[in-house]
Design a protein around this ligand. Structure first.
Ligand code: HEM
Length: 424
Protein backbone atom coordinates (compact mmCIF):
# COMPACT_ATOMS: atom_id res chain seq x y z
CA UNK A 1 0.00 0.00 0.00
CA UNK A 2 2.63 2.57 1.01
CA UNK A 3 4.83 1.51 -1.92
CA UNK A 4 7.85 3.77 -2.46
CA UNK A 5 6.68 6.39 0.06
CA UNK A 6 9.15 5.50 2.88
CA UNK A 7 12.07 5.57 0.42
CA UNK A 8 10.82 8.86 -1.04
CA UNK A 9 10.49 10.46 2.40
CA UNK A 10 13.99 9.29 3.39
CA UNK A 11 15.95 10.01 0.21
CA UNK A 12 13.83 11.37 -2.67
CA UNK A 13 16.69 12.42 -4.96
CA UNK A 14 18.50 9.09 -4.39
CA UNK A 15 15.29 7.17 -5.16
CA UNK A 16 14.92 8.91 -8.54
CA UNK A 17 18.61 8.44 -9.40
CA UNK A 18 18.51 4.73 -8.52
CA UNK A 19 15.29 4.31 -10.53
CA UNK A 20 16.84 5.99 -13.57
CA UNK A 21 19.99 3.88 -13.44
CA UNK A 22 18.36 0.53 -12.80
CA UNK A 23 15.12 0.90 -14.79
CA UNK A 24 15.89 3.47 -17.48
CA UNK A 25 14.62 6.93 -18.40
CA UNK A 26 10.98 6.06 -17.66
CA UNK A 27 9.74 4.04 -14.69
CA UNK A 28 6.91 4.11 -12.20
CA UNK A 29 6.65 4.60 -8.44
CA UNK A 30 3.76 4.06 -6.04
CA UNK A 31 2.75 6.30 -3.17
CA UNK A 32 -0.18 5.13 -1.00
CA UNK A 33 -1.72 3.15 -3.87
CA UNK A 34 -1.21 5.97 -6.42
CA UNK A 35 0.95 5.02 -9.39
CA UNK A 36 3.07 7.74 -10.94
CA UNK A 37 5.23 7.65 -14.02
CA UNK A 38 8.69 9.19 -13.66
CA UNK A 39 10.42 10.79 -16.66
CA UNK A 40 13.90 10.71 -15.15
CA UNK A 41 17.12 12.49 -16.05
CA UNK A 42 17.74 15.67 -18.01
CA UNK A 43 15.80 14.27 -20.98
CA UNK A 44 12.65 14.08 -18.84
CA UNK A 45 12.83 17.80 -18.12
CA UNK A 46 13.61 18.61 -21.76
CA UNK A 47 10.56 16.61 -22.78
CA UNK A 48 8.43 18.61 -20.31
CA UNK A 49 9.75 21.83 -21.84
CA UNK A 50 9.19 20.71 -25.45
CA UNK A 51 5.95 18.74 -25.27
CA UNK A 52 4.55 19.91 -21.93
CA UNK A 53 2.07 22.35 -23.41
CA UNK A 54 0.59 19.79 -25.82
CA UNK A 55 0.68 16.51 -23.88
CA UNK A 56 0.70 17.42 -20.18
CA UNK A 57 -1.37 19.59 -17.84
CA UNK A 58 -1.06 20.77 -14.26
CA UNK A 59 -4.75 21.67 -13.90
CA UNK A 60 -5.90 18.48 -12.10
CA UNK A 61 -2.90 18.75 -9.74
CA UNK A 62 -3.80 22.26 -8.55
CA UNK A 63 -7.54 22.75 -9.17
CA UNK A 64 -8.68 21.82 -5.64
CA UNK A 65 -5.98 24.05 -4.15
CA UNK A 66 -7.14 26.97 -6.31
CA UNK A 67 -10.82 26.52 -5.43
CA UNK A 68 -9.97 26.53 -1.69
CA UNK A 69 -9.38 30.28 -2.07
CA UNK A 70 -12.71 30.89 -3.79
CA UNK A 71 -11.42 31.50 -7.32
CA UNK A 72 -11.12 29.54 -10.53
CA UNK A 73 -8.10 31.00 -12.26
CA UNK A 74 -4.48 30.98 -11.11
CA UNK A 75 -1.06 30.65 -12.67
CA UNK A 76 -0.24 27.16 -11.43
CA UNK A 77 -3.43 25.51 -12.69
CA UNK A 78 -3.89 27.39 -15.97
CA UNK A 79 -2.86 26.32 -19.46
CA UNK A 80 -2.72 27.71 -22.95
CA UNK A 81 -3.23 31.31 -24.04
CA UNK A 82 -4.81 32.47 -20.79
CA UNK A 83 -1.82 31.17 -18.82
CA UNK A 84 0.67 32.82 -21.18
CA UNK A 85 -1.18 36.17 -20.95
CA UNK A 86 -1.40 36.06 -17.14
CA UNK A 87 2.33 35.22 -16.88
CA UNK A 88 3.20 38.08 -19.20
CA UNK A 89 1.20 40.54 -17.13
CA UNK A 90 2.41 39.36 -13.70
CA UNK A 91 6.09 38.97 -14.67
CA UNK A 92 7.18 42.57 -13.89
CA UNK A 93 5.93 42.25 -10.30
CA UNK A 94 8.24 39.26 -9.63
CA UNK A 95 11.25 40.22 -11.71
CA UNK A 96 14.91 40.84 -10.94
CA UNK A 97 14.33 44.59 -11.08
CA UNK A 98 11.69 44.29 -8.32
CA UNK A 99 14.65 43.84 -5.97
CA UNK A 100 17.27 45.82 -7.86
CA UNK A 101 15.21 48.97 -7.35
CA UNK A 102 14.75 48.31 -3.65
CA UNK A 103 18.12 47.25 -2.28
CA UNK A 104 17.99 49.96 0.45
CA UNK A 105 14.61 48.62 1.64
CA UNK A 106 15.93 45.07 1.68
CA UNK A 107 18.94 46.30 3.65
CA UNK A 108 16.56 47.86 6.25
CA UNK A 109 14.63 44.60 6.50
CA UNK A 110 17.84 42.59 7.01
CA UNK A 111 19.03 45.07 9.64
CA UNK A 112 15.75 44.85 11.57
CA UNK A 113 15.76 41.07 11.39
CA UNK A 114 19.36 40.94 12.65
CA UNK A 115 18.42 43.23 15.56
CA UNK A 116 15.65 40.79 16.54
CA UNK A 117 18.07 37.86 16.63
CA UNK A 118 21.13 39.70 17.94
CA UNK A 119 22.97 37.67 20.59
CA UNK A 120 20.77 34.61 20.06
CA UNK A 121 21.20 31.11 18.70
CA UNK A 122 18.58 30.13 16.16
CA UNK A 123 17.76 27.24 13.77
CA UNK A 124 19.02 28.20 10.34
CA UNK A 125 15.61 27.63 8.75
CA UNK A 126 13.79 29.79 11.31
CA UNK A 127 16.21 32.63 10.73
CA UNK A 128 16.04 32.46 6.93
CA UNK A 129 12.24 32.18 6.86
CA UNK A 130 11.98 35.28 9.03
CA UNK A 131 14.32 37.18 6.70
CA UNK A 132 12.75 36.01 3.47
CA UNK A 133 9.16 36.61 4.58
CA UNK A 134 9.87 40.20 5.64
CA UNK A 135 11.85 40.87 2.45
CA UNK A 136 8.99 39.57 0.30
CA UNK A 137 6.49 41.65 2.27
CA UNK A 138 8.56 44.76 1.47
CA UNK A 139 9.02 43.80 -2.19
CA UNK A 140 5.37 42.89 -2.77
CA UNK A 141 3.83 46.12 -1.44
CA UNK A 142 2.36 44.77 1.78
CA UNK A 143 2.04 48.47 2.56
CA UNK A 144 -0.15 49.58 5.44
CA UNK A 145 -0.25 46.01 6.81
CA UNK A 146 1.92 44.71 9.62
CA UNK A 147 3.43 41.57 8.05
CA UNK A 148 3.97 39.98 11.47
CA UNK A 149 0.22 39.89 12.03
CA UNK A 150 -0.11 37.51 9.09
CA UNK A 151 3.09 35.46 9.29
CA UNK A 152 1.70 32.48 11.23
CA UNK A 153 -1.54 32.52 9.24
CA UNK A 154 0.31 32.48 5.93
CA UNK A 155 2.51 29.58 6.97
CA UNK A 156 -0.42 27.57 8.30
CA UNK A 157 -2.55 28.12 5.20
CA UNK A 158 0.34 27.53 2.82
CA UNK A 159 1.53 24.29 4.39
CA UNK A 160 -1.90 22.80 5.07
CA UNK A 161 -3.44 23.58 1.69
CA UNK A 162 -0.45 22.35 -0.36
CA UNK A 163 0.18 19.24 1.74
CA UNK A 164 -3.49 18.19 1.77
CA UNK A 165 -4.60 19.01 -1.78
CA UNK A 166 -1.42 18.78 -3.90
CA UNK A 167 1.22 16.61 -2.20
CA UNK A 168 -1.55 14.67 -0.38
CA UNK A 169 0.74 13.75 2.50
CA UNK A 170 -1.50 15.30 5.18
CA UNK A 171 -5.05 14.11 6.04
CA UNK A 172 -8.07 15.94 4.57
CA UNK A 173 -9.70 16.67 7.94
CA UNK A 174 -7.08 19.42 8.45
CA UNK A 175 -9.05 21.52 5.95
CA UNK A 176 -11.87 21.68 8.51
CA UNK A 177 -9.61 22.56 11.43
CA UNK A 178 -10.97 25.88 12.81
CA UNK A 179 -7.41 27.27 13.03
CA UNK A 180 -6.88 26.62 9.32
CA UNK A 181 -10.30 28.07 8.39
CA UNK A 182 -9.73 31.19 10.49
CA UNK A 183 -6.23 31.71 9.05
CA UNK A 184 -7.54 31.23 5.48
CA UNK A 185 -10.29 33.76 6.09
CA UNK A 186 -7.79 36.32 7.40
CA UNK A 187 -5.34 35.77 4.54
CA UNK A 188 -8.10 35.99 1.93
CA UNK A 189 -9.36 39.25 3.45
CA UNK A 190 -5.81 40.61 3.54
CA UNK A 191 -5.41 39.86 -0.20
CA UNK A 192 -8.68 41.65 -1.07
CA UNK A 193 -7.89 44.63 1.21
CA UNK A 194 -4.45 45.10 -0.34
CA UNK A 195 -5.94 44.76 -3.83
CA UNK A 196 -8.43 47.53 -3.04
CA UNK A 197 -6.15 49.88 -1.14
CA UNK A 198 -2.52 49.68 -2.32
CA UNK A 199 -1.94 52.91 -4.23
CA UNK A 200 -0.93 53.43 -7.83
CA UNK A 201 2.48 54.74 -6.76
CA UNK A 202 4.19 52.11 -8.88
CA UNK A 203 1.64 51.60 -11.64
CA UNK A 204 3.79 49.71 -14.09
CA UNK A 205 5.35 47.06 -11.90
CA UNK A 206 3.48 46.59 -8.61
CA UNK A 207 1.57 43.36 -8.02
CA UNK A 208 -1.65 45.08 -6.97
CA UNK A 209 -1.89 47.63 -9.78
CA UNK A 210 -1.26 44.75 -12.21
CA UNK A 211 -3.99 42.63 -10.61
CA UNK A 212 -6.38 45.59 -10.77
CA UNK A 213 -5.73 46.00 -14.48
CA UNK A 214 -6.27 42.23 -15.00
CA UNK A 215 -9.68 42.49 -13.31
CA UNK A 216 -10.62 45.69 -15.18
CA UNK A 217 -9.76 43.98 -18.49
CA UNK A 218 -11.82 40.90 -17.60
CA UNK A 219 -8.80 38.55 -17.59
CA UNK A 220 -9.48 37.74 -13.91
CA UNK A 221 -12.51 37.97 -11.65
CA UNK A 222 -12.30 39.53 -8.15
CA UNK A 223 -12.66 36.03 -6.70
CA UNK A 224 -9.34 35.07 -8.30
CA UNK A 225 -7.52 37.92 -6.55
CA UNK A 226 -6.87 36.55 -3.02
CA UNK A 227 -4.78 33.58 -4.21
CA UNK A 228 -2.84 35.65 -6.73
CA UNK A 229 -2.22 38.32 -4.07
CA UNK A 230 -0.49 35.79 -1.85
CA UNK A 231 1.16 33.71 -4.60
CA UNK A 232 4.60 35.32 -4.08
CA UNK A 233 4.54 34.22 -0.42
CA UNK A 234 3.30 30.72 -1.23
CA UNK A 235 5.84 30.32 -4.02
CA UNK A 236 8.69 32.23 -2.41
CA UNK A 237 8.90 31.84 1.38
CA UNK A 238 9.84 28.18 1.78
CA UNK A 239 11.78 27.94 -1.46
CA UNK A 240 13.99 31.01 -1.01
CA UNK A 241 14.41 30.30 2.72
CA UNK A 242 15.49 26.69 2.07
CA UNK A 243 17.97 27.78 -0.62
CA UNK A 244 19.34 30.51 1.63
CA UNK A 245 19.59 28.02 4.51
CA UNK A 246 21.82 25.76 2.41
CA UNK A 247 23.88 28.76 1.27
CA UNK A 248 24.48 29.87 4.87
CA UNK A 249 25.14 26.32 6.08
CA UNK A 250 27.73 25.86 3.32
CA UNK A 251 29.39 29.30 3.64
CA UNK A 252 29.66 29.37 7.45
CA UNK A 253 31.39 25.97 7.33
CA UNK A 254 34.14 27.40 5.14
CA UNK A 255 36.17 30.28 6.65
CA UNK A 256 38.16 30.82 3.43
CA UNK A 257 35.10 31.06 1.26
CA UNK A 258 33.58 33.42 3.82
CA UNK A 259 36.67 35.65 3.70
CA UNK A 260 36.64 35.72 -0.14
CA UNK A 261 32.96 36.59 -0.16
CA UNK A 262 33.50 39.40 2.38
CA UNK A 263 36.24 40.87 0.19
CA UNK A 264 33.90 40.77 -2.79
CA UNK A 265 31.12 42.49 -0.83
CA UNK A 266 33.48 45.18 0.45
CA UNK A 267 34.68 45.90 -3.09
CA UNK A 268 31.10 46.02 -4.41
CA UNK A 269 30.05 48.34 -1.57
CA UNK A 270 33.02 50.61 -2.21
CA UNK A 271 32.02 50.92 -5.88
CA UNK A 272 28.26 51.42 -5.33
CA UNK A 273 26.34 49.83 -2.43
CA UNK A 274 23.02 49.47 -4.24
CA UNK A 275 21.12 48.61 -7.38
CA UNK A 276 21.89 46.55 -10.46
CA UNK A 277 25.58 47.42 -10.57
CA UNK A 278 26.11 46.31 -6.99
CA UNK A 279 24.43 42.99 -7.66
CA UNK A 280 26.37 42.31 -10.85
CA UNK A 281 29.66 42.69 -8.93
CA UNK A 282 28.77 39.80 -6.62
CA UNK A 283 30.12 37.05 -8.91
CA UNK A 284 31.33 34.68 -6.20
CA UNK A 285 28.08 35.05 -4.25
CA UNK A 286 26.23 34.17 -7.45
CA UNK A 287 28.40 31.07 -7.96
CA UNK A 288 27.79 30.03 -4.33
CA UNK A 289 24.04 30.37 -4.81
CA UNK A 290 24.12 28.35 -8.04
CA UNK A 291 26.28 25.60 -6.53
CA UNK A 292 24.05 25.43 -3.43
CA UNK A 293 21.01 25.02 -5.70
CA UNK A 294 22.82 22.24 -7.55
CA UNK A 295 24.32 20.38 -4.59
CA UNK A 296 21.35 20.85 -2.24
CA UNK A 297 18.37 20.89 -4.60
CA UNK A 298 15.11 21.81 -2.95
CA UNK A 299 12.71 20.93 -5.79
CA UNK A 300 11.92 17.27 -5.32
CA UNK A 301 9.66 16.83 -8.31
CA UNK A 302 7.16 18.56 -10.59
CA UNK A 303 3.80 16.85 -11.12
CA UNK A 304 1.66 16.82 -14.28
CA UNK A 305 -1.19 14.72 -15.70
CA UNK A 306 -1.11 13.28 -19.23
CA UNK A 307 -3.76 15.02 -21.36
CA UNK A 308 -3.74 12.33 -24.03
CA UNK A 309 -2.04 8.95 -24.49
CA UNK A 310 1.53 9.18 -25.80
CA UNK A 311 4.64 7.03 -26.10
CA UNK A 312 7.81 8.09 -24.23
CA UNK A 313 11.11 6.22 -24.66
CA UNK A 314 9.15 3.22 -25.96
CA UNK A 315 6.67 3.17 -23.06
CA UNK A 316 2.96 3.84 -23.33
CA UNK A 317 1.70 6.67 -21.09
CA UNK A 318 -2.09 6.71 -20.70
CA UNK A 319 -4.37 9.75 -20.56
CA UNK A 320 -4.75 10.77 -16.90
CA UNK A 321 -1.46 9.17 -15.78
CA UNK A 322 0.39 11.26 -13.23
CA UNK A 323 3.79 12.18 -14.59
CA UNK A 324 6.78 13.33 -12.53
CA UNK A 325 10.03 14.98 -13.58
CA UNK A 326 13.08 15.16 -11.33
CA UNK A 327 15.02 18.47 -11.52
CA UNK A 328 16.61 18.00 -8.09
CA UNK A 329 17.93 14.49 -8.69
CA UNK A 330 19.34 15.47 -12.09
CA UNK A 331 21.73 18.01 -10.60
CA UNK A 332 23.23 15.29 -8.37
CA UNK A 333 24.00 12.85 -11.19
CA UNK A 334 27.49 11.82 -12.31
CA UNK A 335 26.01 11.63 -15.80
CA UNK A 336 26.02 15.47 -15.85
CA UNK A 337 28.49 16.68 -13.19
CA UNK A 338 31.98 15.67 -12.08
CA UNK A 339 32.03 14.72 -8.40
CA UNK A 340 28.39 15.77 -7.97
CA UNK A 341 28.46 15.30 -4.17
CA UNK A 342 31.22 17.89 -3.75
CA UNK A 343 30.18 21.49 -2.93
CA UNK A 344 32.43 23.47 -5.23
CA UNK A 345 31.34 26.98 -6.28
CA UNK A 346 34.43 27.29 -8.50
CA UNK A 347 32.55 25.19 -11.08
CA UNK A 348 30.67 28.35 -11.92
CA UNK A 349 33.45 30.93 -11.70
CA UNK A 350 35.37 32.60 -14.51
CA UNK A 351 35.91 31.70 -18.14
CA UNK A 352 36.15 27.96 -17.41
CA UNK A 353 32.72 27.87 -15.77
CA UNK A 354 30.83 24.71 -16.72
CA UNK A 355 27.71 24.90 -18.89
CA UNK A 356 25.47 22.01 -17.89
CA UNK A 357 23.28 20.48 -20.59
CA UNK A 358 19.62 21.60 -20.61
CA UNK A 359 17.63 19.70 -17.98
CA UNK A 360 20.65 18.92 -15.78
CA UNK A 361 20.58 22.09 -13.67
CA UNK A 362 17.14 23.70 -13.66
CA UNK A 363 16.21 24.42 -10.04
CA UNK A 364 13.34 26.58 -11.28
CA UNK A 365 11.90 23.89 -13.56
CA UNK A 366 11.48 24.03 -17.34
CA UNK A 367 8.60 24.54 -19.72
CA UNK A 368 5.47 26.70 -19.63
CA UNK A 369 5.25 26.78 -15.81
CA UNK A 370 8.93 27.58 -15.16
CA UNK A 371 9.27 29.66 -11.99
CA UNK A 372 8.08 33.19 -12.65
CA UNK A 373 10.11 34.50 -9.71
CA UNK A 374 13.40 32.77 -10.66
CA UNK A 375 15.44 35.91 -11.37
CA UNK A 376 14.03 37.62 -8.27
CA UNK A 377 14.80 34.57 -6.11
CA UNK A 378 18.38 34.48 -7.40
CA UNK A 379 19.11 38.09 -6.48
CA UNK A 380 17.20 37.79 -3.21
CA UNK A 381 19.52 35.01 -2.05
CA UNK A 382 22.64 36.77 -3.37
CA UNK A 383 21.74 40.17 -1.85
CA UNK A 384 20.77 38.64 1.50
CA UNK A 385 24.03 36.70 1.72
CA UNK A 386 26.01 39.87 0.92
CA UNK A 387 24.11 41.94 3.49
CA UNK A 388 24.53 39.31 6.22
CA UNK A 389 28.27 39.17 5.58
CA UNK A 390 28.47 42.94 5.79
CA UNK A 391 26.19 43.57 8.77
CA UNK A 392 26.71 40.58 11.08
CA UNK A 393 29.18 38.10 12.47
CA UNK A 394 27.42 34.80 12.15
CA UNK A 395 28.77 31.44 13.29
CA UNK A 396 27.53 27.91 13.00
CA UNK A 397 27.19 26.27 16.39
CA UNK A 398 28.79 23.07 15.10
CA UNK A 399 30.76 23.87 11.92
CA UNK A 400 32.68 20.56 11.94
CA UNK A 401 29.58 18.42 11.55
CA UNK A 402 28.99 17.47 7.87
CA UNK A 403 26.18 19.35 6.15
CA UNK A 404 23.34 16.88 5.62
CA UNK A 405 19.90 17.27 4.07
CA UNK A 406 16.76 16.48 6.01
CA UNK A 407 13.33 16.25 4.40
CA UNK A 408 10.63 17.80 6.56
CA UNK A 409 8.95 17.36 4.08
CA UNK A 410 11.01 19.82 1.99
CA UNK A 411 14.80 19.68 1.97
CA UNK A 412 16.57 21.70 4.68
CA UNK A 413 19.97 21.50 6.37
CA UNK A 414 19.79 18.96 9.18
CA UNK A 415 20.14 20.37 12.68
CA UNK A 416 22.14 23.51 11.82
CA UNK A 417 21.97 26.40 14.30
CA UNK A 418 23.43 29.86 13.86
CA UNK A 419 24.81 32.30 16.44
CA UNK A 420 23.89 35.82 15.40
CA UNK A 421 25.85 38.92 16.37
CA UNK A 422 25.24 42.30 14.77
CA UNK A 423 28.48 44.06 13.73
CA UNK A 424 28.98 47.27 15.68
C1 HEM B 1 14.88 29.50 -4.71
C2 HEM B 1 13.61 29.82 -4.78
C3 HEM B 1 12.60 29.21 -5.72
C4 HEM B 1 12.57 27.98 -6.32
C5 HEM B 1 13.60 26.85 -6.20
C6 HEM B 1 11.37 27.93 -7.12
C7 HEM B 1 11.00 26.84 -7.89
C8 HEM B 1 9.89 26.81 -8.71
C9 HEM B 1 9.54 25.72 -9.58
C10 HEM B 1 10.35 24.43 -9.74
C11 HEM B 1 8.39 26.06 -10.22
C12 HEM B 1 7.68 25.24 -11.30
C13 HEM B 1 6.66 24.30 -10.70
C14 HEM B 1 6.06 23.41 -11.76
O1 HEM B 1 6.34 23.55 -12.95
O2 HEM B 1 5.29 22.53 -11.37
C15 HEM B 1 8.00 27.36 -9.75
C16 HEM B 1 6.86 28.04 -10.15
C17 HEM B 1 6.53 29.31 -9.73
N1 HEM B 1 7.27 30.13 -8.92
FE1 HEM B 1 9.02 29.68 -8.03
N2 HEM B 1 10.70 29.10 -6.99
C18 HEM B 1 11.41 29.93 -6.16
C19 HEM B 1 11.08 31.22 -5.77
C20 HEM B 1 10.00 31.94 -6.22
C21 HEM B 1 9.69 33.32 -5.87
C22 HEM B 1 10.53 34.19 -4.93
C23 HEM B 1 8.55 33.65 -6.52
C24 HEM B 1 7.77 34.96 -6.53
C25 HEM B 1 8.03 36.00 -5.81
C26 HEM B 1 8.12 32.49 -7.29
C27 HEM B 1 7.01 32.45 -8.07
C28 HEM B 1 6.61 31.34 -8.80
C29 HEM B 1 5.37 31.29 -9.56
C30 HEM B 1 4.36 32.40 -9.68
C31 HEM B 1 5.32 30.02 -10.14
C32 HEM B 1 4.21 29.47 -11.03
C33 HEM B 1 4.49 29.75 -12.48
C34 HEM B 1 3.44 29.19 -13.39
O3 HEM B 1 2.72 28.27 -13.01
O4 HEM B 1 3.38 29.67 -14.53
N3 HEM B 1 9.04 31.48 -7.08
N4 HEM B 1 8.93 27.80 -8.84
Amino acid sequence: MVGNLPEFLRDPHGMFIRGYRSLGPVFSVRFMGRRMVVLGGAEGLRFLAKEGRKLLTSKPVWSEFVSLFGGERALVSADGEFHAELRKRLRPSMSRSTLEKRVPEVRDVVQRCLQRWDGQTVDVERFTRDLVFHELAALMDMAGVDPDEYYEDLLRVMHTSVEVTVARRWPRFLLWDPRFRRAKQRITKMGIDLFRTVGESNPEDGLFPILRRCVQDGLLGERDVPLLAITPYFAGIDTVAATLSFVLSAVYRRPELQADLRKEVEAANAALPSGREWLTRLHLAEAVKLEASRRYPITLTMIRHARTPFVYAGHQIHAGDQVLTTPGANSLMEEYFEEPWKFDPSRFVGTNAIRPEPGALNPYGMGPHTCLGAALADVQVIATLALLLELADIELVDPDRPLEMKYSPYPLPKGDKLRIRVRR
